[in-house]
Design a binder for this molecule. Structure first.
Ligand code: ADP
Ligand code: MG
Length: 562
């Protein structure tokens, strides 16, 4: 029986937005559908590892792209995992991703700006409606009988219908009924050009109608024969020299479900205790769920070119959750369960090797492509900083990659590294001074900075939430201790001259009675009242004990309800 369902509100919005904002980029619909077909083949290959019967007698996974000029349709077929009726309704009617609502709240209605937001979100199946005014999906999940096929139909206008059907073959056919003005897509040449441009890196063979041969009079001899039009090899297994920049980019869009280019990548092969290959990318934009409680990790695990799992949390630490790509191991057993993998020590070795590659890529960008590094820092810097507290083994490397605002500049731009700071330290200066605060203005105008300004000593201005964690975990860098200017007694070390020490003693002596009176008035609200030479303009300031939590941290905890 045919049932009509309404799209989730967000899907409706997405469809509208996509049709309007991606029109000039319409060819991507084919990339998205082929990408889904390839994912479906990957999933089947994985499930078949433990249940070979799923393959029936049709073990050669493939994708077919055909056009029918009379019917004005383009069909993308695969013999991958397929979908049951319930799966069709779930996957092609809702957006099953957390944080969707927040994402849609960011939309402005300005097509240009929103197109970027869509990119961040992934375009996917719904991009079919850029060129089609009706889409039919016919699917049968692997393992289900012929009678349990399902047909999904929608005009992209708010609803879709679902009905059971008999489907002879396993997998999914997506049939696009093209809009009247999209007839140019029907030409075999155009279609082939789009497929080879966008999908050559796909590791499953893509079949298309053979280019026509010509008879003696020069007339084409129509042929229904199909041929493979892509290289059909896993891109990451090829030598670097055989891969063009464009192919690296297209592969990125496939694995990351992104529609914009990547910022940079690292492609490596490691041989040793574990043999594995990795192709890891840095996106240009943060995923919408970067700071969600349970963010998606973006590295896929393959074993001997067989896809094993998505969203492999075990492959990247939390602070590198924004890295996208694949890692393919030659040693892990193929029939291993995902649960066992999560416990695997071999995977630990692969992870620590891969993390080093990502950090090396960042070091390389920082050194050789500073503009790119700045672009990276502005998007992912806050996440990377978490690594100083999270990854003990690489703490110093990560700290070296961090950038901060400082009193050396007149603005809040984070462009000072710890090495820059050390390079500018004054004679006799032993410590790296910093202040944490809620905002740049609060940090910059803090009375604690006065004495440092007087002496021309630079102070790092730390105003990101994560900074408390950074300075709580990083006690020194390159042999120089980090010191908060708002904690403990002021210790300028070798920078304080004898005259100043004498002056401090004199001030303390002279103010003894005043300090005692203030102390008496404030009672146990304060631990001590001290006269100081650290202020040059403000009459008084609060400091916390050397080992106490900073005021900023206390405020943060209070705000969090602790
Ligand atoms: P994404 O690929 O980012 O998950 P899409 O919008 O492209 O998002 O696809 C939504 C979901 O629909 C997929 O995650 C998958 O579960 C399902 N799907 C789409 N195309 C196919 C297909 N050819 N075979 C099986 N499942 C599919
Ligand atoms: Mg997709």
């Amino acid at each position: 029986m045919k049932q009509t369902h309404a799209f989730q509100t967000e899907v409706k919005q997405l469809l509208q937005l996509m049709i309007h904002s991606l029109y000039s980029n319409k060819e991507i619909f084919l990339r998205e559908l082929i990408s889904n077909a390839a994912d479906a083949c990957d999933k089947l290959r994985f499930e078949a590892l433990n249940n070979n019967a799923l393959l029936d007698d049709d073990g050669e996974l493939k994708i077919t792209v055909t056009a029918n000029a009379e019917a004005k349709t383009i069909t993308v077929s695969d013999n991958g995992i397929g979908m049951s009726e319930a799966e069709v309704i779930e996957h092609l009617g809702t957006i099953a991703k957390s944080g969707t609502k927040a994402f849609f709240e960011q939309l402005t209605g300005d097509a240009q700006k929103d197109a970027h937001l869509i990119g961040q979100f992934g375009v996917g199946f719904y991009s079919a409606f850029i060129v089609a005014d009706k889409v039919t999906v016919e699917s049968r999940r692997a393992g289900l009988p012929e009678s349990q096929g399902v047909r999904w139909v929608s005009a992209g206008d708010g609803e879709f219908t679902v009905e059971p059907m008999d489907k002879a073959t396993r997998g999914t056919d997506v049939i696009l009924h093209l809009k009247d003005d999209q007839a140019d897509l029907l030409s075999d040449w155009t279609l082939r050009r789009i497929v080879t441009t966008y999908s050559d890196h796909i590791s499953v063979p893509i079949l298309m109608k053979k280019a026509p041969e010509y008879d003696d009079e020069g007339n084409p001899k129509p042929s229904e024969e199909l041929e493979v039009v892509n290289r059909a090899q896993a891109l990451w297994t090829l030598p670097k020299n055989d891969i063009s920049e464009a192919q690296y980019q297209e592969f990125y869009k496939h694995v990351a479900h992104d529609f914009e280019d990547t910022l940079a990548w690292t492609h490596f092969k490691v041989e040793g205790r574990q043999d594995y290959t990795g192709l890891l990318y840095i996106p240009k934009r943060a995923p919408y769920d970067l700071y969600e409680r349970d963010p998606k990790h973006g590295v896929k695990l393959y074993v001997k070119r067989v896809f094993i799992m998505d969203d492999a949390k075990k492959l990247m630490p939390l602070y590198l959750r924004w890295v996208r790509g694949v890692i393919d191991s030659s040693d892990l057993p193929l029939n291993v369960s995902r649960e066992i993998l999560q416990e695997s020590r071999d995977l630990d070795a692969i992870r620590s090797g891969s993390v080093k590659k990502v950090l090396a890529l960042l070091e390389d960008l920082q050194k050789n492509q500073p503009e790119k590094y700045t672009e990276f820092w502005n998007v992912f810097g806050n996440a990377l900083k978490e690594g100083v507290g999270e990854d003990m083994a690489n703490k110093d490397k990560i700290a070296a990659l961090c950038r901060f605002a400082s009193t050396h500049n007149d603005n809040d731009v984070q462009n000072v590294t710890l090495a820059d700071y050390i390079g500018r330290m004054k004679a006799g200066q032993e410590k790296i001074y910093y202040i944490t605060a809620d905002s740049y203005a609060a940090a910059k105008n803090s009375p604690h900075l006065e004495v440092f300004a007087k002496k021309g000593v630079e102070v790092l201005l730390l105003t990101d939430r994560v900074d408390e964690w950074v300075v709580g975990s990083l006690f020194e860098f390159d042999g120089k201790a980090l010191a908060s200017v708002a904690k403990g007694a002021l210790d300028l070390g070798g920078m304080a001259d004898e005259a100043e020490k004498a002056e401090q003693a004199k001030v303390e002596e002279a103010s003894k009675d005043v300090a005692a009176a203030i102390q008496a008035a404030l009672g146990d609200k304060v631990a001590a009242v001290r006269a100081t030479t650290r202020l040059t303009e403000s009459p008084a300031c609060l400091v916390v004990g050397e080992h106490d939590m900073s005021q900023h941290m206390l405020r943060m905890l209070e705000a969090a309800g602790a």
